[in-house]
Design a protein around this ligand. Structure first.
Ligand SMILES: NC(=O)c1ccc[n+]([C@@H]2O[C@H](COP(=O)([O-])OP(=O)(O)OC[C@H]3O[C@@H](n4cnc5c(N)ncnc54)[C@H](OP(=O)(O)O)[C@@H]3O)[C@@H](O)[C@H]2O)c1
Length: 540
């Protein structure tokens, strides 16, 4: 499906040929260390965070040293059945970001079954010594498979799973309470409105920050609080009882009290949307453990506190708001990706345990809303992968279709817009089977870029240097002659946003996928020219 919002779910591509072939391994580092079986939500959250911290730090160290190839091996994180596998699911998101940010040293992530057989271990060893084009590989029964998103077609899934889609019907019961964590945030308030559209009459909106006392509401000017007050008033005007609760979602004891029907004088909670989250984007080279812990806390500890407060069977729905950045390997999102991958893992874990009510939705950006609003870098990174944001209306439409499909749709889904494949788009492995549409042919007379792959020697180098120089000049809005080919681009004003733009311009013009790390490792026009010429030589 192209040009529209699509809902997709993960499925396997069993093709060992796809997972062999990229890099020679010069060294390995096992960073899982997840041998300690943990039981409580707090333990699992602590383990997940510790593992993510350890992997992030290891990636940074190995990346800086630049001499070893780093692989991460997880165990039973694909379909986690126990706490250890569940805790490791966070590493999958982090791995995909590591693959983007440190493509030169990143080997891949391989997941093994809990008790790998000799044939599994042989495959693992072969993988470690091979050139791997997948960022996450699952090894099972002696075979390796990458993950792929596939377009969401509930009828097809029904045939596979044998589960009938549920009858469409009202999502919420008038006599129940619905909890939205992060409920006073940008998406949380929209969700609250949508739940009210779907029949909810009692809403608990949970955030860290309390609303001011009601008698001061008219005087509030600060925009975020003003937006929350206006939204609450408008819900109340529709006859909805709204209770805004200031609490930390990761505080399991506090959350358990909310699950107690008597505590708030409201009927029992029958549906939960977990939309609490914080973001602190920073590249792995600027990795900071405190930041990672802060970003993981509301999603990981919060989701586990909800998991304990509302065990399977107690809710009509538990929807975990994840982000597609964890699947696309968006740079700067290592901690956020780890946190969101954990939500996907928890949804798989609960579904494997028979909970049909759970759903993790890895959303692309909601246009103009919330924590990803106005991020030109994120938009450019999405476009570079052939994806884009969606409108809130499209988001709810997608969600609606899942409600209609019922559990047959799967528990771990992504919602993103897929753009037609055009030259220069570098689709991450997960998206490669999604949209084969090569896009419209170039208009007659359109500039298709130079045919550099037929050249060699100095004519190749001269052409490439000219192209790179012109692209830099266009990015910096200057004259190509003013671009010093030996001066680091960062010194000339190419910041992280311009670096994304430049990489994209070059990709499109030369019709080649370029790694995110290109400008770090090849900082000058001459260096980039050499890189492209090397690519041309390795093609031959
Ligand atoms: N916006 C997007 O396009 C987008 C895309 C993909 C996924 N998502 C996901 O959607 C969710 C909502 O995002 P948003 O854009 O609406 O962000 P937002 O406006 O920043 O809202 C996040 C909310 O989470 C609350 N929160 C943070 N930590 C908490 C904690 N420990 N306990 C309780 N509440 C906590 C915040 O409350 P305080 O302000 O009081 O701290 C805030 O109200 C997030 O999980 C995000 O990852 C968003």
């Amino acid at each position: 499906m192209t040009g529209s919002a699509v809902v997709t779910s993960t499925s396997d591509v069993t093709d060992a040929a796809n997972v062999t072939g990229v890099m020679e391994m010069e060294g390995t580092a096992d960073v899982t260390g997840a041998t300690d079986a943990t039981e409580t939500g707090e333990d699992i959250a602590a383990t997940a965070t510790r593992l993510a911290a350890r992997l992030a730090e290891t990636v940074r160290l190995v990346g800086e040293a630049g001499r070893a190839r780093l692989w991460c091996v997880t165990s039973s994180a694909r379909e986690p059945e126990g706490p250890a596998g569940l805790a490791q699911t966070a590493l999958w998101g982090l791995a995909r970001v590591a693959a983007t940010e440190y493509s030169e040293v990143w080997g891949g992530l391989v997941n093994l079954p809990e008790k790998p057989g000799d044939d599994d271990l042989s495959v693992l060893i072969r993988l470690l010594g091979s050139r791997c084009r997948e960022d996450v590989v699952a090894v099972e029964h002696g075979a390796a498979s990458g993950s792929r998103l596939v377009p969401y077609r509930p009828e097809a899934r029904e045939r596979v799973t044998g589960r009938r889609p549920a009858r469409p019907g009202p999502l919420c019961r008038a006599g129940a309470t619905y909890l939205v964590t992060g409920g006073l945030g940008a998406l949380g308030l929209r969700v609250a409105g949508w739940l009210a559209d779907r029949g909810a009459r009692r809403l608990l909106l949970l955030g860290r920050t309390a609303l001011p006392a009601r008698d001061r509401w008219d005087a509030v000017r600060e925009p975020v609080t003003r937006r929350a007050i206006d939204a609450v008033r408008s819900l109340e005007a529709r006859g909805v009882t709204v209770r805004a609760v200031a609490a930390d979602v990761g505080n399991a004891a506090g959350l358990a009290r909310l699950a107690d029907p008597g505590a708030l004088g409201l009927p029992p909670v029958r549906g939960v949307v977990h939309a609490a989250g914080v973001v602190d984007n920073r590249l792995l080279r600027a990795y900071d453990e405190e930041s990672l812990r802060a970003v993981m806390w509301p999603k990981v500890a919060g989701a586990l506190a909800l998991h304990e407060a509302f065990p399977p069977g107690t809710l009509d729905f538990l929807v975990l708001f994840s982000s597609a950045g964890q699947l696309l390997g968006l740079p700067g999102q290592a901690s956020y990706a780890a946190a969101n991958a954990f939500l996907s893992g928890l949804a798989r874990y609960r579904r494997a345990g028979g909970d049909d009510a759970v759903l993790s939705l890895a959303w692309t950006s909601w246009h103009g809303l919330g924590m990803s609003a106005s991020s030109e870098v994120v938009d450019a990174e999405l476009r570079a992968r052939g994806t884009a944001d969606i409108t809130p209306a499209e988001a709810f439409l997608a969600w609606e279709s899942l409600v209609t499909a019922g559990p047959a749709g799967g528990a771990d889904l992504a919602v993103l817009r897929v753009l037609p494949l055009t030259p220069g788009i570098l689709r991450p492995p997960l998206l490669r089977d999604l949209a084969g549409d090569p896009g419209p042919p170039p208009a007659p007379g359109a500039d298709e870029g130079p045919d550099w792959r037929t050249l060699s020697g100095t004519s190749l180098t001269d052409l490439l240097r000219g192209e790179v120089r012109r692209a830099v000049a266009a990015t910096l809005r200057t004259d190509p002659e003013a671009v010093d080919v030996r001066r680091p681009l960062a010194e000339m004003g190419v910041d992280s946003l311009l670096a994304v733009m430049l990489r994209r311009t070059l990709s499109e013009r030369l019709r080649v996928g370029l790694p995110m790390s290109l400008l770090w490792n090849r900082p000058t026009v001459s260096d980039i020219t050499d890189y492209l010429a090397e690519q041309r030589r390795s093609d031959v």
